[in-house]
Design a protein around this ligand. Sequence first.
Ligand SMILES: *Cc1c(COP(=O)(O)O)cnc(C)c1O
Length: 830
Amino acid sequence: MDTAPASAPASAPATDALVALFRRALAVHTAEGRQPPARAVLQAAAEACRGLLAERWATTQAKDAKRGAGQRRVHYLSMEFLMGRALRNAIAALRLEPALKEELARHGVSLADVLEAEPDAALGNGGLGRLAACFLDSFAELGLPTFGYGLRYRYGMFAQGLQDGMQVERPDDWQREGTPWDVERPGIGFVVGFGGRVEAEADGTRRWLPAERLRARAFDFIVPAHGHGHVATLRQWEARAEQPIDFAAFCRGEHAAAGAAQLAADTLNWVLYPDDSTEEGRLLRLKQEAFLVSASLQDLVARHLAEGRPLSELGRANAIHLNDTHPALAPAELMRLLLDEHGLGWDEAWAITRQAVAYTNHTLMPEALETWPVWMFERLLPRHLEIIYRINHAFLSEVRERVPGDEALVRRVSIIDEEHGRRVRMAALAVVASQRVNGVAKLHSQLMVETIFADYARLFPGRFTNVTNGVTPRRWLQQCNPGLSALLDSAIGDEWRRDLSALSALRGKAGDPALGQRLASVKRASKQALAARIQRELGIAVDTDSLFDVQIKRIHEYKRQLLNLLHVVHRYQAMLANPEGPEGRGWTPRTVILAGKAASAYAAAKQIVRLAHDIGRVINADPRLEGRLKLVFLPNYGVSLAEAIIPAADLSEQISTAGTEASGTGNMKFAMNGALTIGTWDGATIEMAQHIGEADVFVFGLRADAVATLKATGYDPRWVAAQQPALMTVLEAIGNGAFSPGEPGRYRALVDGLLNRDPYLLLADFADYVATQSRVDALYRDPVAWNAAVLRNLAGMGFFSADRTVAEYAAHIWSPPPAMPPRADPQRNA
Ligand SMILES: *Cc1c(COP(=O)(O)O)cnc(C)c1O
């Protein structure tokens, strides 16, 4: 870790200068004499910050360019960066908040309104994209030489609306009023080719003649450190046609045809494809991936040479990290650049590529592993396909040499799947080309080498490792929860702001009831703010003394929002049947809060959204409950909504089928904000329980090995349901239309699916889940014990900082390889 700051944090004169810049910018936006709209104030604040950030960027680059042999520059390639808003982070990092507040007060504008006016940059789906954004924050804080690389999607993924409970997708036009943070880099652009053909030159080299050529333009988003002047960069590429209009066609009056090339380029940048339901969609997705990889690696090679380093050192001086397989074309593209553009021989190019590349796997679900039909490569990326064939040939020869006579093994590990219509297996390419492959939590990394990558793990035992995920405590605690942060400062000092492991000092104070009460009042204030928002946006009144039970994440069957809903319906029925509560102790009031987007082509997930809405409509209007149970679905889940909901949560739902959630990071954010967790023994929740103490986490359900055994020996969900009258009553109510009286059959198929298949074992885990929820109720009725448990949870969360995660990557995955022996490479041509 580099501790020498590139420049000091904003001192008083720097703050004065920033305020002066802000005033000048605001004067321009208010020249018409009107009260400045929040959006104009945002623009002015961003302009002021951006100037200083750009200076820090230049200082950082100059310093990183001179790094010694002990440090590599890391290039983090990701199709998704779920950045969220930037202003609050920028003014915190630049220590600008007090001065800016004072300045805004003079204009009668509140900082909160300005922060809310910023669009949420939602260029990702969920956890994988948010992880990339947290890493950028830690790259800056740790002072690592890095570049994040992504695509500049015009419309993100989609904005979620609800109409009668049904999800509707709208374009998320987040750039509509400009993007105040982007720094355009006019000097930086690369040509990326597609299609065409490959020719052999007289000397044996290969020459690719692409049919389509797009220009990649660079836009930088600068991410500041908080403790010093280092910054990280997210460079996002935008596609432009080389010839924006066909002038001759335009003059003939064929206006649409004249713009066709630019339209094709624009399409590439429109949206992050949330699903691959059409062939056109799949082709576009592959094109997006190739575009990201090619522009980024051309940029890398150009920078490496500009730093005055020889090509032979490229792999030692640079790491290329693949966030899942979406950028797994990188090894093929780097080979192409080294062979075709820079004239290296195959062996040297391959050695450099192997040194540079590392890959993080994010899912074990076979259906989520990317493969592309060979014909798509032939059509879009013919030269890359040749290179992949040659990589595969060399790899399979090695396999045959090391394990003679096992052709079944050769077929299983081949980069080309010959059995499903010839497809390129991107995970295989990533594994074969990588120096290191990691999973994102201990259980996931273990299952990864036991299941999907078992063959490769036998062939390359040293290649596989684990790095457990983390989240940035700056956004996910300091900024989203200033009340709790101030309480922590006063309880244990502010060292935790620099080193989250200092939270462990809370363990000795967890039994202090006065501290527990202060904690509870911070929580109450967050719940009041969220309740006001729910009232304002949905017109639903919720009781701020009730337990806020929260599940927010992508809607997916494996995450089991449906299990949550089964519990809600069961509780509803039990409350009606027994108004006095279990053993006459009354019902612990609960507000169940859900949020999440369903992929647009994922019908089962969309049904779950609708069911949540339908159940909520019935329950929320039932006077017999006297407000002791509410179900709320907040639309358009994203980073900003998460920042508002998480500080208000009492209970965090992490209830995936054991063995399916790679890590989860939402689980970490909740525990850092004073929620207790109800969860399965899955992903990083396991390690959280180990750091916190298992007694302070509500663990339930089958474990991963039991899930595998049950599935192997034959799981009969109908039989399981038949043993549990309470569960049958829940399923019958949903299946018979109790929550959809206008269309009684609406959820018949959903319930039949559970009774007949239930692939995620909801029915098997139902009884234990309900029983564990009763333990939650009981603890909540004892505030002293509850608050003590919350404090012990906080005390165990220091490990889950992204700073620790990124430091582990730096030490175990990105550390420079030993010097290559100098060698003459007789084979110059591939
Ligand atoms: C943290 C986060 C996620 C990941 O949540 P999981 O519960 O780990 O799936 C997804 N989306 C957003 C907006 C997040 O902030």
